[in-house]
Every structure is written in structure tokens, then in C-alpha cells.
Design a protein around this ligand. Structure first.
Ligand SMILES: Cc1cc2nc3c(=O)[nH]c(=O)nc-3n(C[C@H](O)[C@H](O)[C@H](O)COP(=O)(O)OP(=O)(O)OC[C@H]3O[C@@H](n4cnc5c(N)ncnc54)[C@H](O)[C@@H]3O)c2cc1C
Length: 340
């Protein structure tokens, strides 16, 4: 079968920053049967940029070669053992709709990740996380094909080498893979993760004394709708920088030198996570605007496009922010979205 190919397509509505960029060749991958023909087009017109929902991308120029828009749909229960259920979703499924579907099946595990924009296929790419849960906590395996030679491969969790907002797919060489389907291990009797005080407070405010997975999802959605800027109203890609992970002794020294600096538990006992938002705000960037590129007025971590900023202008602003945090705190900020 042949995928749909469109020429000279504006990507402005296909990335949540809403920046203008043009795809010379946009291949819409709507069915698994289209994959071989799509790979052939990629081989004829390299390189390939795989596009999901465009909510973790900053396009700073027209992507060369072929843009492969993943629109593969489908989700199903694969196996059930006691309370444990294995589910699979195609890469093009909308993430939030998929989480809603799992909850409708009576399955918990992904509730804290409700309302994260984007596709199922991108969820392992940066090991999406929110409110104390990451995709790796429920991840089973994924199917991918190599854009280089069409080889099919199954990745389990150790192959993905998940890290904080990171995986093998975000590292050098990782972009050669087209993820086509992802499987998750969910539960009919999930152990809810309510470590975030904000989540517990929201459940209390909603009058829920003994929550189930759906209550947690409702609380997460309520917090996110209240707090996070909606890309439909103002272009953004969520958090632009990761919270830096440093060794604990360094975090203690930074806190001693900067009273009030938040320090969170890190990825292990010997490190700690710093608040990128706090440092950016202390450097005076919150609400800053340079033309149409800016920093959100309530979220120092969220870079925004007020209308017609280019990706290059947003990237230039991000670099100025990075430099000022480096100068003032000696801390290196790492970008979260993928820059093209
Ligand atoms: C308002 C807002 C809030 C957000 N909140 C969070 C949050 O709480 N936690 C969090 O972790 N992230 C968050 N994000 C970031 C984003 O939603 C996630 O990273 C999401 O997984 C991106 O999905 P996508 O389909 O839009 O990916 P895209 O932006 O299309 O792509 C991102 C990267 O993944 C690659 N990719 C996409 N699909 C595939 C595929 N099928 N195969 C191989 N590679 C692929 C792309 O090539 C690119 O490198 C937020 C973004 C916004 C705009």
C-alpha cells in the first residue's frame, strides 16, 4: 500500500510551538501496511524526521528530506494474568485518549500521566513523566523499524535505557528508529502513586477520601488544566529545560549559597534535582518577551511563541537563559524538547 505524500506542507499547525517550517515531503503513515513504502520514500529522500503530535519539538528550519507523520491507530488488551494486564497501542494513538481508554477498561498505572500532549509512540522517547510517575514504570516493550535498513526490532525496557526525560531514542543514533507500537503492563488493582502533595490536596478539594485510578486522573487533569498553558492558546512545548541533576554535596552547597533554593530527591541516594524554574525566575526571565518569543508569565520553565516567533528566535532566547543560569549558579541547563 502507498502512504499519503504531500509536498511543500506548512508544519505550523503540526507543532505545539506553532512555529513556521515547511516540509518538502510529508509522508502520512496511516496503516502498518504502509510502512515498507514509507521507508522506501525515506531512503530515496533522506534524512527522515519522525513526527508525532509535535509537542516536544522545536523546528528552527525547514526539515530536510522527508517528514514522516505517524498516524498509526489501534489499541487492544493482549494478555491477562490475575490483576495484571498487558495492553498495546499503535504509535499514532493520542496519548491522553489512550490513557482514558485504559481507565475505561478498569486498568490503572498511567493515571498520573493524563493530559500529557502527544502520541503513544513518542511516550518512550523521552520517558514521559508527571506527578511522580514515568512511562518506564508501566512499560513492557515496543516495536520499531530501522529507517536505515527496514529491520524490525523489539525493544524491552533495558534496551530503551530509560533515564529522566531520556531514552536511547533521544541519544545519538536513536532517531534512526520508527516506533510503531508500544506495550504497557497495567493492573486491575493498581498501587496509586500519591507522593505529590499537590495531587493529594486536589483529591481532598474534590472530596475524594479513598481514590481510585480514575479519581487520580481527574485530579491530575484538573491541576494541569489550571496550571499549564494550553498550546491552542499560546504556542509552547511544556517545560523547555530539564531539572538539573547534580550530586548531593553540590546541591547542599548551592542551597547554602542561595537561601530558599528548592532541592528535590534525585535519581539515587547520592544526587539531587534542582529546580530549573526557580533558577530561571531568579535570573529575571519570567514573563520576559523579545518580539514574539518569550517566557510564560506564570511558568519560568515554559518558553512561548506569542504568535509569529521563529524557532530560531525561541532557540536564541533559550540560549540566553541557559547562559545566565550558568553565569549566576554555575549550573548547566539541558533542553527537554528535540531541536531540529
Ligand atoms: C503543554 C505541554 C505539557 C507537557 N507536559 C509534559 C509532561 O508533563 N511530561 C512530559 O514528559 N512531557 C510533557 N510535554 C512534552 C510532550 O508532550 C511529550 O514529550 C510527548 O511525549 C511528545 O509527543 P509527540 O507525539 O508530540 O512527539 P513529537 O513532538 O512529535 O516528537 C518528539 C520526539 O519524539 C520523536 N518521535 C515521535 N514519535 C515517534 C515515533 N513513533 N517513533 C520514533 N520517534 C518518534 C520525534 O522524532 C522527536 O524526536 C508537554 C508538552 C506540552 C506542549
Amino acid at each position: 500500500m502507498a502512504p499519503t505524500v504531500r509536498r511543500a506542507v506548512s508544519l505550523k499547525t503540526l507543532n505545539s510551538f506553532g512555529v513556521e517550517a515547511r516540509a518538502e515531503r510529508l509522508v502520512e503513515l496511516g496503516a502498518a501496511a504502509d510502512v515498507p513504502a514509507a521507508l522506501e520514500l525515506v531512503r530515496e529522500h533522506p534524512p527522515a524526521l519522525v513526527l508525532g503530535g509535535g509537542s516536544n519539538l522545536l523546528l528552527t528550519r525547514d526539515p530536510p528530506g522527508t517528514v514522516l507523520r505517524v498516524m498509526l491507530g489501534g489499541r487492544r488488551l493482549l494478555a491477562e494474568t490475575g490483576d495484571d494486564v498487558l495492553v498495546e497501542a499503535a504509535a499514532g494513538e493520542n496519548w491522553h485518549a489512550f490513557v482514558g481508554w485504559t481507565l475505561a477498561q478498569g486498568l490503572g498505572g498511567l493515571e498520573n500521566l493524563s493530559l500529557i500532549p502527544g502520541s503513544v509512540g513518542a511516550s518512550p522517547v523521552q520517558n514521559v513523566g508527571a506527578y511522580g510517575v514515568e512511562v518506564r514504570d508501566c512499560f513492557d516493550s515496543l516495536d520499531a523499524v530501522s529507517l536505515r535498513d527496514g529491520a524490525a526490532r523489539r525493544f524491552d525496557a533495558s534496551d530503551c535505557a530509560f533515564g529522566y526525560r531520556d531514552s536511547v531514542f533521544k541519544r545519538p543514533g536513536g532517531s534512526q528508529w520508527l516506533i510503531t507500537a508500544v506495550r504497557f503492563r497495567l493492573s486491575r488493582a493498581p498501587r496509586l502513586k500519591l507522593d505529590y502533595g499537590e495531587l493529594r490536596e486536589e483529591l481532598r478539594a474534590l472530596g475524594v477520601a479513598s481514590p481510585g485510578a480514575r479519581d487520580v486522573a481527574d485530579a491530575v487533569c484538573a491541576i494541569r488544566r489550571r496550571k499549564l498553558p494550553d498550546p491552542a492558546s499560546i504556542g509552547n512545548a511544556g517545560s523547555f529545560f530539564k531539572n538539573p541533576v547534580v550530586d548531593r554535596a553540590r546541591a547542599d552547597r548551592l542551597r547554602a549559597a542561595n537561601p530558599g533554593m528548592p532541592v528535590y530527591p534525585g535519581t539515587c541516594a547520592t544526587d539531587a534535582k534542582l529546580s530549573a524554574a526557580w533558577m530561571i525566575e531568579r535570573c529575571g526571565w519570567k514573563g520576559y518577551r523579545d518580539g514574539d518569543a518569550g517566557v510564560h508569565e506564570r511558568h519560568a520553565l515554559v518558553l512561548v511563541n506569542h504568535g509569529n516567533a521563529s524557532g530560531a528566535q525561541i532557540l536564541a532566547l533559550a540560549e540566553r537563559i541557559r547562559e545566565s543560569v550558568r553565569q549566576r549558579f554555575g549550573v548547566e541547563l539541558e533542553r527537554e524538547p528535540v531541536v531540529v
